[in-house]
Design a protein around this ligand. Structure first.
Ligand SMILES: [Zn+2]
Length: 136
């Protein structure tokens, strides 16, 4: 298998997650954030891209609570919730949702406000994904 450069491309994103931060690429030419990582800007096709830290605040576009029938390897995670978050910066991503104190997600609503609240330690190493919690 040859190295396509994909790992180098995405590594700053995962490094930020391990620091408890949410990062996106930023196009220096047209000043727009880019997520997920690309080799060239999808808006202006320039390749001079840097990285910026995102606010992590946004709106929950859609979500689903998985209680049965998880993908292979996710059996131990049940139940869990996955949602599409549209960040205020204009990019969107798939993330995990922290349950409320009762272990459920009944307080979450589509178009409700959420913010990034990263997992830490062993959990982020085991499952490097962006976690969000509701703020409304
Ligand atoms: Zn651009």
């Amino acid at each position: 298998m040859t190295d396509t450069g994909m790992e180098a491309l995405t590594e700053p994103y995962y490094e930020a997650l391990r620091r408890g931060e949410l990062a996106a690429q930023h196009c220096k030419a047209c000043d727009r954030p880019i997520l997920y990582p690309r080799h060239v800007c999808p808006f202006c096709y320039e390749s001079d891209l840097g990285w910026v830290q995102l606010s992590g605040k946004g709106v929950l576009h859609s979500f689903a609570v998985q209680r049965v029938g998880p993908p292979s390897g996710f059996e131990d995670d049940l139940p869990y919730a996955v949602g599409v978050v549209k960040l205020d910066e204009g990019v969107q991503l798939l993330g995990r949702l922290w349950p409320d104190d009762d272990g459920e997600w009944n307080g979450y609503t589509c178009d409700g406000r959420v913010e990034f609240h990263g997992a830490t330690g062993d959990e982020i190493e085991r499952r490097p994904v962006a976690w969000f919690r509701r703020t409304g």
